[in-house]
Write a protein that binds this ligand. Structure first.
Ligand SMILES: NC(=O)c1ccc[n+]([C@@H]2O[C@H](COP(=O)([O-])OP(=O)(O)OC[C@H]3O[C@@H](n4cnc5c(N)ncnc54)[C@H](OP(=O)(O)O)[C@@H]3O)[C@@H](O)[C@H]2O)c1
Length: 247
């Protein structure tokens, strides 16, 4: 349901992890265009400041905080700041992630395995745990976890990244069941191959011009954040099924 001025996220607050570039930034821009107040985090302050400038240039409302989602103290500081700035969170997009080495398991370094799982999976656990406290008290919320094709079918040389994304799909289902009675929803989205720095790192030989831009895949994220998806929870979506033209 849209507000009187037609904006689908009017009055809503969205926290988007990894909102400083790539898919997370495109989601933040799309939410701001639809009247949402957005809070973005990432590790690099300069990228966050630049992304926030782009959102403001559109007339959007944005705040940011540098945070590593895998660090408990960062996540506590982050969610306290969001609460101070906007009072609550209605929409959480768990998007931050790293690729890790494209090595077979037999050669996969243990420190990389632990780092990828800590950021891609434990990070979602930490942020979700804090944000759920706000969502449960207001009996409203939509959690959108970013998965991957290799989080549904494992492939050679995707190591900890694939394992983390299978974890994301499972965690989404667990959370969806646990918080249904509070009116909170949790769904997973596989963006599909998208023109970002992570994709270029994974496929250095690929022509990025053959891929959709992050802006083209935002429709499913708008749907899941808005009242249009009321009652939809515990499901896995593919952003490619919702492709639209670039701006
Ligand atoms: N692009 C694709 O083709 C594709 C396909 C399938 C799934 N995905 C998934 O889509 C999501 C977005 O990917 P992308 O391609 O947009 O990646 P990207 O361009 O590399 O952006 C990743 C974002 O996450 C942030 N980030 C990384 N580690 C973080 C940490 N520990 N704490 C907080 N923020 C962190 C980065 O900022 P800092 O580096 O400053 O922290 C950046 O803002 C990811 O979950 C990815 O796994 C992407």
């Amino acid at each position: 349901m849209a507000s009187r001025d037609g904006k689908r996220l009017a009055g809503k607050v969205a926290l988007i992890t990894g909102g400083s570039r790539g898919i997370g930034k495109a989601i933040a821009l799309a939410y701001a265009r639809e009247g949402g107040r957005v809070f973005i985090c990432g590790r690099k302050e300069r990228d966050l400041d630049l992304a926030a400038g782009q959102i403001r240039a559109l007339g959007g409302e944005v705040a940011w905080g540098a945070a590593d989602v895998s660090r408990v103290e960062d996540v506590t500081r982050l969610t306290e700041r969001v609460r101070r700035v906007y009072g609550t969170v209605h929409i959480l997009v768990n998007n931050a992630s790293i690729l890790g080495p494209r090595e077979p398991i037999v050669n996969y370094p243990l420190p990389s395995w632990e780092e990828v799982l800590r950021i891609n999976l434990t990070g979602i656990f930490l942020v979700t745990k804090e944000v759920l406290k706000m969502m449960m008290s207001q009996r409203e919320g939509s959690i959108i976890n970013i998965s991957s094709g290799v989080g549904r079918i494992g492939k050679a040389r995707w190591g900890a990244y694939a394992a983390s994304k299978f974890g994301v799909e499972g965690l989404t289902q667990v959370v969806a069941e646990e918080v249904k009675e509070w009116g909170i929803r949790a769904n997973a989205v596989n963006p599909g191959g998208t023109r970002t720095s992570m994709r270029a790192e994974a496929y250095p030989e690929e022509d990025p011009g053959t891929l959709p831009s992050p802006e083209e895949i935002t429709e499913v994220f708008l749907y899941l954040a808005s009242a249009a998806s009321h009652g939809i929870t515990g499901k896995s979506f593919d952003a490619r099924d919702w492709l639209r033209q670039s701006h």
